[in-house]
Design a binder for this molecule. Structure first.
Ligand code: FAD
Ligand code: NAD
Length: 460
């Protein structure tokens, strides 16, 4: 039986970061992962492969639609899908192997197999070489998987999840996406850019629930112009494959026939078979593990982080929790500021936000002032030929403290970092407005939006 200070179950961004942090702090750390490749959903079948395909499909569409504007003539452009998929797989391969390297460098012991907590302080690994481990601290970091939907018969081929949508062997003629959330939009955009007809069915009357409504509405108009078809207020009740064709049924509307279906109605935590019920680890009404502010579950010595908890399912949120949890175990400062965790949708244009939305501020009756600045009025955006969207800054009406920043526009995912730092440091809109931003950059839109909070933007 091996003895460790910390055993982490799951090597996604939450788990592998927690294991490395523990080793850095001098603990004897181990990580159990059932997949041969480390990195979890994020590196294998999530953030990284989706961004690789978003980049390739964006370049194709940009070359097709906009190179001529720059005075660049091309011959007929063609998609070489096998090459595109191979590039994506190579990126995934190099990054997952990188985590093996980080484990070796930091002396994290890796176990291959399925972890199960048999008692507080005891974990079994069911794999090629079954072992039993003793651990002072056990961290559950087993992540999440696609949520099923009643009546939708997923065959992982014609009717699949995001995992299949990252590797379709051909560009579908007609792809129906169930759910206008982050996965539906990102992967819907990939295949639409490559030539598929894409229909997005969404139960709610809007896309991207939870994000700033004004920007989501503007984004929907832009995506519609790009060729995505949105059918809102559609409750999907069934989807099945018949004679090689998919048939999607919605309540109170005619069935839709299509070549492929992507089910993207959310994700559910991976907790089956971990032994949590026997141990009486408390869970919420949606099956997620309940923890306190130090990521401790109801059972002493067992902690949980990442997608198995409530809150946004984001890789960087899982990482923050992994580091904070281990810092807490080591007796250090253990805090995650959930108000300063940004969220990004990697469409074109990107959508990024941090802090409160206008809807939340109104609901909580917090008085605020709003400053917005359009990319249309920014020199760099003009040079890029990407002028859609704007920056919106929400600041407290009395203290001027930045409460939320929402961006629809080019490189929004990079621009939001400044806003996250501002919120973390408790900055005011005036602090951003008085900071010098290089010219000509997209970041000038942040400064101008901050000045607009006072009604004194210069260029609009
Ligand atoms: P995971 O990454 O899910 O890792 C958990 C690991 O635990 C897995 O490797 C699993 O095999 C392993 N495991 C499970 N059970 C056991 C067991 N019993 N024993 C051993 N191992 C086990 N987030 C972003 O921030 N940005 C993005 O751009 C983004 N894009 C995404 C795109 C897609 C298509 C998807 C599906 C998700 C995306 N996400 C993105 C979400 C992000 O991937 C997750 O929030 C993140 O991976 C959660 O990290 P985690 O460590 O909690 O769990
Ligand atoms: P989501 O929660 O973002 O969106 C699911 C959508 O499906 C919602 O709009 C919901 O109203 C809709 N829906 C639910 N039931 C329906 C029904 N019966 N018929 C029609 N529509 C229905 O979930 P997702 O897109 O699957 O993403 C899962 C998680 O992965 C998210 O929490 C997200 O944070 C994470 N993720 C993040 C990124 C990123 O950060 N860029 C990318 C991909 C995934």
């Amino acid at each position: 039986m091996s003895q460790h200070d910390v055993v982490v179950i799951g090597a996604g961004p939450g788990g592998y970061v927690a294991a490395i942090r523990a080793a850095q702090l001098g603990m004897n750390a181990a990580c159990i992962e059932l997949e041969p490749a480390l990195g979890g959903t994020c590196l294998r079948v999530g953030c990284i492969p989706s961004k690789a395909l978003l980049e390739s499909s964006h370049l194709y569409q940009h070359a097709k639609l906009h190179f001529a504007d720059h005075g660049i003539a091309t011959g007929e452009l063609k998609v070489d899908l096998p090459a595109m998929l191979k590039r994506k797989d190579q990126i995934v391969g190099s990054l997952t192997k990188g985590i093996d390297g980080l484990f070796r460098k930091n002396k994290v012991t890796r176990y291959v197999g399925r972890g199960r907590i048999v008692a507080p302080g005891k974990v079994t690994v069911d794999g090629p070489e079954p072992v039993e481990l003793n651990a002072k601290h056990i961290i559950i970091a087993t992540g999440s998987q696609s949520a099923p939907l009643n009546g939708v018969e997923v065959d992982h081929d014609r009717i699949g999840t995001s995992t299949e949508a990252l590797s379709y062997p051909e560009v579908p003629q007609h792809l129906v996406v169930i759910g206008a959330g982050v996965i539906g939009l990102e992967l819907g955009c990939v295949w639409a850019r490559l030539g598929a007809k894409v229909t997005v069915l969404e139960y709610l009357p809007r896309i991207l629930p939870g994000m700033d409504n004004e920007l989501a509405t503007e984004a929907q108009k832009i995506f519609t112009k790009q060729g995505l078809e949105f059918r809102l207020g559609m409750r999907v009740v069934a989807a099945k494959v018949k004679d090689g064709q998919c048939l999607v049924e919605c309540a109170e509307s005619a069935p839709i026939a299509c070549g492929r279906v992507l089910l993207a109605v959310g994700r559910t935590p991976n907790l089956a078979g971990l032994g949590l019920d026997d141990l009486k680890v408390t869970r919420d009404e949606r099956g997620r593990v309940i923890v306190d502010d130090k990521f401790r579950t109801s059972v002493p010595g067992i902690y949980a982080i990442g997608d198995v908890l409530s809150g946004p399912m984001l890789a960087h949120k899982a990482e923050e929790e992994g580091m904070a949890c281990v810092d807490g175990i080591a007796g250090g400062y253990c805090h995650v500021n959930y108000d300063a965790i940004p969220g990004v949708v990697y469409t074109e244009p990107e959508i990024a936000s941090v802090g409160k939305t206008e809807e939340q501020l109104q609901q909580d009756e917090i008085p605020y002032r709003k400053g917005t600045f359009p990319f249309m009025a920014n020199g760099r955006a003009k040079a890029l030929g990407m002028t859609e969207g704007r920056v919106k800054i929400l600041a407290h009406a009395e203290t001027d403290r930045v409460l939320g920043v929402h961006i629809l526009g080019p490189r929004a995912g990079d621009l939001i970092a400044e806003a996250a730092v501002a919120i973390e440091f408790g900055a005011t809109a005036e602090d951003i407005a008085r900071s010098s931003h290089a010219h000509p950059t997209l970041a000038e839109c942040m400064k101008e939006a901050a000045m607009a909070v006072e009604g004194r933007a210069i260029h609009f």
